[in-house]
Every structure is written in structure tokens, then in C-alpha cells.
Design a protein around this ligand. Structure first.
Ligand code: NAD
Ligand code: DAU
Length: 337
């Protein structure tokens, strides 16, 4: 298979590229990535000299470039997106441009190149806040942030292309993913890198909102399974099955470093903060997939990676990062302190 992996210089996309080249020797991969603040060519260092790999810098919304690349490949796997909920609350426009319009450009290119398969990497956040039980693939979508609405918008276009044109798309809906090479704005890499530097770990609100954290390699194996064994026209949830609160994430990281509880800092809550996501993964498991790392094992690997790869993340925690950090994190109102 010749894969066009869009967003392949990001956190999950780069792991998927490494996994594909390692486990599928007959495949080749072209990465198309705009290299936004979250993209990082260094994530692809280990495959750069592989003759089956090529990197192209560009925007998925650039129809000319996308259509040229689509002609020379068999399948598009779309990771490219603006991915941070807090940034979407501050400035939604680029999320709509990339996650909705960019998806449309990819669909048109795949359709005219007559691809037999397309995989859209979506998120469990499209189901919205789930108070009880687990979301099944057949549940209605109810996105509640500009980020999740943009991802759901991309999905809606795919749904329409399936019905209108018989477009052969598979959608995966992954849960909160952590591991090596994650830009240090998401909770786990932010808290690990702050803990290393004895900086406060900023917990939104009371820190009781839960997420189902899945290790990045497990998420990528799930995408690989859906791509190769899944049926076109189907959607597949991917998750570990756990429920970990923000406070529990902070406690795990402080314990790993033997750092004091006093580094926990409760700050103003995220607007519209979804309290819980939980997905039912029976459908993907029926294709032979299962996660291999529980939260304890995955966190051990992740903490070690950030300790040993400070040259990777230290340059990222500068300029633009701190500008956003200062705008985003606000002290609690006096009445609640
Ligand atoms: P990321 O922010 O680390 O990487 C996104 C990549 O896309 C970056 O390399 C960036 O440069 C690239 N990109 C952004 N806009 C682009 C554009 N217009 N054209 C080309 N490239 C562009 O994100 P991630 O965490 O690796 O997430 C990858 C995908 O997985 C996203 O679609 C996200 O919605 C989805 N997802 C993420 C998680 C998670 O917990 N991180 C969970 C489920 C689903
Ligand atoms: O569930 C899948 C989604 O997981 C992906 O689609 C998104 O791309 C990815 O960013 C992630 O979204 P979340 O909003 O769940 O991730 P984040 O790391 O931003 O937040 C996780 C939880 O931690 C959430 O309850 C908010 C809380 N949090 C987050 C940050 C950044 C804090 O308490 N403090 C923080 O500084």
C-alpha cells in the first residue's frame, strides 16, 4: 500500500508512520504536513533515511498539492488537524479551516483519484459529555467545543460523501492519547515537563473531570487495524477503558518524581469543560485489536521519555508557548480560593 499520511509530523501521526514502516515492509509513506506550532520534523528522524519514506511540507487545504500527491498513493490517512481544545476556545477559525475545509479538500482529491479506502482520524470528543455508560459508534454526535465541533464537521462531510458518492471511508474515534513526542500543551506532557522544572501543575477547576487515557502506540495499532481489517462505511471507537481524573494525573506524575503535593495548583476551569468521555471498543476488539499498555505502564514509558529527551521539548517551551500559557491559565476567583 502507498499511504499519504497527512499530519504525519505530529504526535500521533509520526508514531503511526514509524509503526507502518516497521510492521509493513511492503508499504511506502508520504507525509504531508504544514508544520504548525504542533508539527515537528524531528518526530520523523528515525525514518528519514528509509527509501520508502518521503516528507512534503504543505497544507491539506491546498487543493493543487493534495491532488498531485493523491494521484501517486492508494490511501489517505488523515491525522492533520488543529488538536488543542483550549486553543479552539480562544480562536476557532483555524480549526474550522483545517479540520472541516481541509478534510473536504482531501475527500475531493481521494474521490477523483478513485481511492478504494480513506481513513479519517477522529475523536471520542464528537460524542460530547457522557455522564454515564459508554458511547457506541451508533450514538448521536453532540460536540460541545469548537474543536470537537470541527472534528464532527469533518465527519459529517464524510458521512455525506458516503451516502452521496459511495465514498469508501473509515472513521476512527480515539480517546485521549499520551506518550512520547507529544507537544507539551496537553495535560500529561505539560504536567511532566512542569514537574521536572518544579513548576506548578495547573489543574482546571476541581480536577474531577475524567478522561480515558490510551498510550500512543495502542491508539496507532487501533488505526492500523481499522485501516486494514475494518469495513469501509464503518466507524470504530478506540480507547483503553479507564477513567482518570485531572487530580489523579497530577498525583501520578508527582509520585513518579517524588515531588510535593504543593505543586498542584487549581486554576479557572475550561469553558464548557466536558466532564467525562467513555467509549465502547467492542467493535474494534472484534477485529483482533486490544491495547497493550495500561495507564501505569504507559506513564512509566512516557515519564522516562520526557526525562531522557529534554533536548526535544525544552526548545518548544519558549516564546509562543508561554504567550499562550499566560493567556490561558487564570487564577481562581477570590471567592473560591
Ligand atoms: P498534533 O497537534 O500533535 O499534530 C497535528 C499535526 O497536523 C501537526 O504535525 C501539524 O503540523 C499538522 N497540521 C495541522 N494543520 C495542518 C494543515 N492544515 N495541513 C497539514 N498539516 C497540518 O495532534 P495529535 O495529537 O497528533 O492528533 C492527530 C489527530 O488525532 C488529530 O486529527 C486529532 O483530532 C486526533 N486525535 C487526537 C487525540 C489526542 O489525544 N491527541 C485523540 C483522538 C484523536
Ligand atoms: O479525547 C480525545 C481528545 O483528547 C483529542 O481529540 C484532543 O485532540 C486531545 O487534545 C485530548 O483532549 P482533552 O481536552 O481531553 O485533552 P487535554 O490534555 O487538553 O485535557 C485533558 C483533561 O485535563 C481535561 O479534563 C482538562 C484537564 N486539564 C488540561 C490541561 C491542558 C487540566 O486540568 N489542566 C491543563 O493544563
Amino acid at each position: 500500500m502507498r499511504l499519504l499520511v497527512t499530519g504525519g509530523a505530529g504526535f500521533i501521526g509520526s508514531e503511526f508512520v514509524r509503526l507502518t514502516l516497521r510492521e509493513h515492509p511492503e508499504d511506502s509513506v508520504v507525509v504531508l504536513d504544514k508544520l504548525t506550532y504542533a508539527g515537528n520534523e524531528r518526530n520523523l528522524d528515525s525514518v528519514r533515511n528509509d527509501p520508502r519514506f518521503r516528507f512534503v511540507r504543505g497544507d491539506i487545504a491546498d487543493a493543487g498539492m493534495v491532488s498531485r500527491l493523491a494521484t501517486d498513493c492508494d490511501v489517505i490517512v488523515n491525522f492533520a488537524a488543529e488538536s488543542h481544545v483550549d486553543r479552539s476556545l480562544e480562536a476557532p477559525g483555524q480549526f474550522i479551516q483545517t479540520d472541516v475545509y481541509g478534510t473536504y479538500v482531501l475527500l475531493e482529491a481521494a474521490r477523483s483519484a478513485k481511492h478504494k479506502r480513506f481513513l479519517q482520524v477522529s475523536t471520542d470528543e464528537v460524542y460530547g459529555d457522557v455522564a454515564t455508560g459508554r458511547s457506541a459508534e451508533t450514538d448521536p454526535l453532540s460536540p460541545r467545543s469548537p474543536y470537537s465541533a470541527s472534528k464532527a464537521g469533518g465527519e459529517m462531510l464524510i458521512w455525506a460523501y458516503r451516502s452521496s458518492y459511495g465514498f469508501p471511508a473509515i472513521i476512527t474515534r480515539g480517546s485521549n492519547t499520551y506518550g512520547h513526542n507529544q507537544y507539551p500543551e496537553k495535560i500529561i506532557p505539560l504536567f511532566i515537563t512542569n514537574a521536572i522544572d518544579n513548576q506548578p501543575l495547573p489543574i482546571y477547576g476541581d480536577g474531577s473531570a475524567v478522561r480515558d487515557y490510551i498510550f500512543v502506540e495502542d491508539h496507532c495499532r487501533g488505526i492500523d487495524t481499522a485501516l486494514r481489517k475494518g469495513a469501509v462505511g464503518e466507524n470504530y471507537n478506540i480507547g483503553f477503558g479507564g477513567e482518570t481524573s485531572g487530580v489523579a494525573v497530577a498525583d501520578t506524575i508527582l509520585a513518579a518524581f517524588g515531588k510535593p503535593d504543593s505543586l498542584k495548583l487549581h486554576v479557572q476551569d475550561r469553558l464548557g469543560h466536558d466532564r467525562r468521555y467513555a467509549v465502547d471498543t467492542a467493535k474494534l476488539r472484534s477485529l483482533g485489536w486490544a491495547p497493550r499498555h495500561d495507564f501505569t505502564q504507559g506513564m512509566e514509558l512516557t515519564v522516562r521519555w520526557y526525562v531522557e529527551n529534554q533536548a526535544w521539548w525544552r526548545p518548544l517551551k519558549s516564546g509562543e508557548f508561554w504567550d499562550f500559557y499566560q493567556r490561558n491559565y487564570k487564577p481562581l476567583p477570590a471567592a473560591t480560593v
